[in-house]
Ligand binder design. Sequence first.
Ligand SMILES: O=P(O)(O)O[C@H]1O[C@H](CO)[C@@H](O)[C@H]1O
Ligand SMILES: Nc1nc2[nH]cnc2c(=O)[nH]1
Length: 284
Amino acid sequence: MAARPQHPADPKYYEALNWIKERVSSRPKIGVVCGSGLGKFADTLEDVTSFDYKDIPHFPVSTVEGHKGCLVFGKLNGKELVCMQGRFHLYEGYEASACAFPIRLFKLLGVEKLALTNAAGGLNQNYKLGDFMLVKDHLNLPALMGLSPTLGVNDLYWGPRFINMHNCYDQELRDLAKKVAAEIGEEKIQEGVYQCQVGPCYETVAEQKLAQAAGVDALGMSTVYEVVAARHCDIKCFAISMITNICNPSYDVVTEVNHEEVIECATTRGDAMVKLISAILDKW
Ligand SMILES: O=P(O)(O)O[C@H]1O[C@H](CO)[C@@H](O)[C@H]1O
Ligand SMILES: Nc1nc2[nH]cnc2c(=O)[nH]1
């Protein structure tokens, strides 16, 4: 196999990295991506240095409500973290590679473990509004249709051409999360399979039935791109979906779902999410 290069082929990464290094001395080993309406976690950090995405060279910008668009360096009980307060989605017009950009920047900064949160529709009919689902696997529909952050010439600096996705949501990190949830008395914990579709349409009944048949528990429009990019460069991943709406795969009932409802649920359960994520990351 060819030797791993010393630097990424694309200079964009170094331009962004150098810009950050000139402004913050923190070199966190933990990265966090906050989903829709779930950015509050970053507001609870201490010793914070925060950058608007628009100011960081080559960094994409957030366009969706509930995604503030700040890269936040801070401490959780003395532990250094870097946190994306807002992420990017393909329905915003971004290529999947835009979702990989911050994750690769994390890698260059020294991040080894990544925690991701998202807002998702609960397809599993046992799920309740406000439940937390530890993601154990995903169904990456965009990748099955030819959209992936790793399309094109492979830069061996990041990782191999072909990416192993077994255990991509790390089993040990999931087991730890279950233990921590029990310790803090968080009972609304599920574990399941997350499906990503490009969006921005929420799923039709037929699409929900297809996902159900495939063993999917929750539906969203994000996360998998970041996980593919992270696994490509050997960052361990852990993800939690907040169930912000309940999907109803039936023609007998008309279900109204909208982003306001998603944000409202994420906000209502925001403190519980902060408590859970903080307790988990405290053990990393
Ligand atoms: O996955 P996050 O970014 O949390 O947001 C989810 O909520 C939005 C839809 O309401 C979509 O962006 C979907 O992906
Ligand atoms: N695809 C999808 N994304 C969501 N994000 C929050 N809720 C949903 C949902 O029901 N479907």
